[in-house]
Design a protein around this ligand. Structure first.
Ligand code: GDP
Length: 362
C-alpha cells in the first residue's frame, strides 16, 4: 500500500490531522511527544466515480482505493543527533513513499510552540535540516564503503563514488536531494540508500478557522514551497477533526453551512495521490466495484499486478472501457455494443478512470 508519513515539530497539529484522517480518536494532548508510537491509518481516497459505477453494476460491495497515513512523532531539533525520540523517527520515515510535513500557521497563546514563537519558515528549516543531516550520514557511510573498491580501479565503484560525492557537496549546502536534479539512472543508483529528502514532500499549512485568507504565515509557506517546487495544502486541522466525528447527515449540513462541498481533508488525500503520481483504475463486477491505485504511466500488466502478482505474470489482454464511456453506455454490454470497449495488450498504458477486465493464464 502507498504510505504517507506525517511529520512536523511538536504541537503543530499532527495528531489532530491524523485523528481527522483516520477518525481513530487517539489522544491528542497539548504537550510534545504525545504520540510516541507511530500510528498508521488506512484512509479511503475520495472518488465519486465509484458510486456512479455502483449504480450501474449493483455490486455486493464498493471498495475505494486507500492511502496509509502514518503519524510520525519525535522529530525535533537535534533529532538526527539523538535528541527527543532519537533516531527512531528516521526509521519510520524511511518506510514511507511520501512525506507530509505539517506546519503551524495558527496563533494560539494557550498552545506552546517548541521554538517559542510561531514561525513556519523556521520550523520547516528545522525539520528539513534534520532530514538532510540524516541523509548526509547515509551518504558519508556509502562513500566510505565504496572508496576502497574505487581506489582499486573498479569502474563502477568509481562512477558511484563520483555520484555520491556530487550529492554530498550539494546536501552540505542544505539542498534537499530531490532538488539536486538527479536523472533517472542516478536516482536508481542511490535507491539502496533510502534517502529521506529524495522522497516527494508536501506541506500542510495548519491554519485557524479564519486563517485561510490574509494570513502572512500561510503566505510565507506558499512562497517557500514555490521555490522548492513543493505543494501546499491549507487546512484547519482542529475543524477537520470536528467534521470527521460527525455522522454523514450532520457532516453534509455542517459543510453546507460553511459553504464547502467536501471536507478539507479530501484535498490532503488527493494532493498526496497527485504528489506520488498516482491514478485510479476500476474493476466493476457484480461481486464488487473497486478502485485500484497505479502509477501514472503503468502498463496493463502492471495494473493487473496490483490485484495479484499472478495476474501480471499470466497477463494475456485487457478489455478496457474509459470511465465516461462506461457510464454513458450504462455498463459493459452497452459500451461493447457502442464499440467503446477496446481489447488492449501488454503495451497498453493505463488511463485514469479506465474500467478494466483482465484475461490471464494461471
Ligand atoms: P502534534 O504534537 O503536532 O501532534 O500536535 P497536536 O495535534 O497534539 O495539536 C497540538 C494542539 O494544537 C492541540 O491542543 C490541538 O487541539 C491544537 N490545534 C491543532 N490544530 C489546530 C488549529 O488548526 N487551530 C488551533 N487553534 N488549534 C489547533
Amino acid at each position: 500500500a502507498i504510505k504517507c508519513g506525517i511529520v512536523g515539530l511538536p504541537n503543530v497539529g499532527k495528531s489532530t490531522l491524523f485523528n481527522a484522517l483516520t477518525n481513530a480518536g487517539i489522544e491528542s494532548a497539548n504537550y510534545p511527544f504525545c504520540t510516541i508510537e507511530p500510528n498508521v491509518g488506512v484512509v479511503p481516497v475520495p472518488d465519486a466515480r465509484e458510486q456512479a459505477l455502483a449504480e450501474i453494476v449493483n455490486p455486493e460491495r464498493v471498495m475505494p482505493a486507500t492511502v496509509d497515513f502514518m503519524d510520525i512523532a519525535g522529530l525535533v531539533e537535534g533529532a538526527s543527533k539523538g535528541e527527543g525520540l532519537g533516531n527512531k523517527f528516521l526509521a519510520n520515515i524511511r518506510e514511507t513513499d511520501a512525506i507530509v510535513q505539517v506546519v503551524r500557521c495558527f496563533e494560539n497563546d494557550d498552545i506552546v510552540h517548541v521554538a517559542g514563537k510561531v514561525d513556519p519558515i523556521n520550523d520547516i528549516e528545522i525539520i528539513n535540516m534534520e532530514l538532510v543531516f540524516a541523509d548526509q550520514d547515509s551518504i558519508d557511510k556509502a562513500i566510505q564503503k565504496v572508496q576502497r573498491v574505487a581506489k582499486s580501479g573498479d569502474k563502477e565503484a568509481s562512477a558511484r563514488l563520483a555520484l555520491l560525492q556530487k550529492i554530498h557537496a550539494e546536501i552540505e549546502t542544505g539542498t534537499l536531494v530531490r532538488n539536486i536534479g538527479l536523472n533517472e539512472d542516478e536516482l536508481k543508483e542511490i535507491q539502496d540508500l533510502h534517502l529521506l529528502t529524495v522522497k516527494p514532500m508536501m506541506y500542510i499549512a495548519n491554519v485557524n478557522e479564519d486563517g485561510f485568507e490574509n494570513n502572512p504565515l500561510l503566505d510565507s509557506v506558499r512562497e517557500l514551497a514555490e521555490k522548492q517546487g513543493a505543494v501546499v495544502v491549507a487546512i484547519c486541522a482542529s475543524l477537520e477533526e470536528e467534521i470527521a466525528q460527525l455522522d454523514d447527515e450532520d457532516k453534509a449540513d455542517f459543510l453546507e453551512e460553511m459553504g464547502q462541498d467536501e471536507p478539507g481533508l479530501n484535498r490532503v488525500i488527493r494532493a498526496g495521490y497527485e504528489l506520488l503520481g498516482l491514478q485510479t483504475y476500476f474493476t466493476a463486477g457484480v461481486k464488487e466495484v473497486r478502485a485500484w491505485t497505479v502509477k501514472k504511466g503503468a502498463t496493463a500488466p502492471q495494473a493487473a499486478g496490483v490485484i495479484h502478482t499472478d495476474f501480471e505474470k499470466g497477463f494475456i489482454r485487457a478489455e478496457v472501457t474509459a470511465y465516461q464511456d462506461f457510464v454513458d453506455n450504462k455498463g459493459d454490454a452497452g459500451a461493447k455494443a457502442a464499440g467503446k470497449q477496446r481489447l488492449e495488450g501488454k503495451e497498453y498504458i493505463v488511463q485514469d478512470g479506465d474500467v478494466m477486465h483482465f484475461r490471464f493464464n494461471v
